[in-house]
Ligand binder design. Structure first.
Ligand code: NAD
Length: 268
C-alpha cells in the first residue's frame, strides 16, 4: 500500500481559519499529517471541526495567535511540540491585503502589511526553526504571491512590496539552512476564491463584486480562479519528502495568468 505523503509529519499552518489556510489544512489532513491550525480568529476551531468531519482520524490542535506577535508564535510552536512531539513542516500562510491609492495610503496601512505579511512570516520561521534543528531538519513553505515579484495591480503597493520581500526571505533561509536539512520554498499564487479576494472584489466594485471576480477569471488562460485545495496540494508537495531536493524555489501556481503577453494577438 502507498503511504500517504505526509504520514507521520507534524505541520503548523498559519491563517488556517479560512481561505487558503483552511484548504492547506484540509489537504494536509488528507495526507495523514498531524496539524496545528493557527489563526487570529477563534473561527479556527470551526474550521478544524469541518476537517475532522471529513477526516475522522485527523490529529488536529488549534491555537488562536497573531503571527505579528513573536511571543505568541513561539508559544504556538510550543503547543505544537507539546501535542505532537516535534515540528516537521511550517506553512507560513497568514497574510492580509488592503487596497488604497498610493498617494493616499496611510502609513498605518503600510505598516499593517509589514507587520503581518513580513514580520508574521519572520516570526513563524524563528519560532519553528529551533525545533526543526533539534529534529534534524524540516520544511518551510511561505505564501508569497505573483503580486509584487512578477505582476501588480493599482492599489496594491503595500501588499506587493511585502509579498516580494518574502521571495528574498525564502532564498536567504534556503541557503542558510541547506546544510542543516531545512528546505525553504515559496508559493506564488495568482488568484484563488477566498474571503480575501471576495473583500478585494467588494473594494474594487462595490455595486457588483461578482463581476469583479468574473473579470479576474476572464484574464486567466484557464478561465477560473484556483481552489484553496489546489494550493493545498502544492503546499503538501513542497512540505513532503517528495520535494527533498527542492529548496529556495518560487513556484508559480496561477492557471497561466502571468503568461499572456497581450490580450489581442493570435486570438482569431
Ligand atoms: N487568495 C488569493 O488569491 C491569494 C493570492 C496570492 C497569495 N495569497 C496569499 O495567501 C495567504 C492566504 O490568503 P487568503 O486568500 O486565504 O486570505 P484570507 O483573508 O481569506 O484568510 C486569511 C486567514 O489568515 C488569518 N489572519 C490574518 N491575519 C492574521 C494574523 N495576524 N495572525 C494570524 N492569522 C491571521 C485570517 O483570520 C484568515 O483566517 C495570504 O498570505 C495571501 O497573501 C492569496
Amino acid at each position: 500500500m502507498v503511504q500517504p505523503k505526509l504520514e507521520g509529519k507534524v505541520a503548523i499552518i498559519t491563517g488556517a481559519a479560512a481561505g487558503l489556510g483552511e484548504g492547506i489544512a484540509q489537504v494536509y489532513a488528507k495526507y495523514g499529517a498531524k496539524i496545528c491550525m493557527v489563526d487570529l480568529s477563534a473561527d479556527v476551531d470551526r474550521s478544524a471541526d469541518k476537517i475532522r468531519e471529513m477526516y475522522p482520524n485527523a490529529d488536529i490542535v488549534t491555537v488562536v495567535a497573531n503571527v505579528a506577535d513573536k511571543d505568541q508564535m513561539i508559544a504556538a510552536a510550543g503547543t505544537t511540540v507539546d501535542a505532537f512531539g516535534t515540528i516537521d513542516i511550517a506553512c507560513c500562510n497568514a497574510g492580509v491585503c488592503q487596497l488604497a491609492p498610493f498617494e493616499r495610503m496611510p502609513d498605518e496601512m503600510r505598516d499593517f502589511h509589514i507587520d503581518v505579511n513580513i514580520k508574521g512570516v519572520w516570526n513563524t520561521c524563528q519560532a519553528v526553526v529551533p525545533h526543526m534543528l533539534e529534529n534534524g531538519g524540516g520544511a518551510i513553505v511561505i505564501a508569497s504571491s505573483v503580486t509584487g515579484d512578477i505582476v501588480a495591480d493599482a492599489g496594491e503597493a503595500a501588499y506587493a512590496m511585502t509579498k516580494a520581500a518574502l521571495v528574498g526571505l525564502t532564498k536567504c533561509l534556503a541557503v542558510e539552512y541547506a546544510d542543516r536539512n531545512i528546505r525553504v520554498n515559496c508559493s506564488q499564487l495568482g488568484y484563488a476564491r477566498t474571503p480575501m479576494v471576495e473583500k478585494m472584489a467588494v473594494e474594487s466594485n462595490p455595486d457588483d463584486p461578482e463581476s469583479a471576480i468574473n473579470d479576474i477569471a476572464v484574464g486567466v488562460p484557464m478561465k477560473r480562479l484556483a481552489k484553496p485545495t489546489e494550493v493545498g496540494e502544492l503546499f503538501a508537495f513542497l512540505g513532503s519528502d517528495e520535494a527533498s531536493y527542492i529548496t529556495g524555489a518560487q513556484v508559480v501556481i496561477d492557471g497561466g495568468s502571468t503568461l499572456p503577453e497581450t490580450m489581442s494577438i493570435g486570438t482569431n
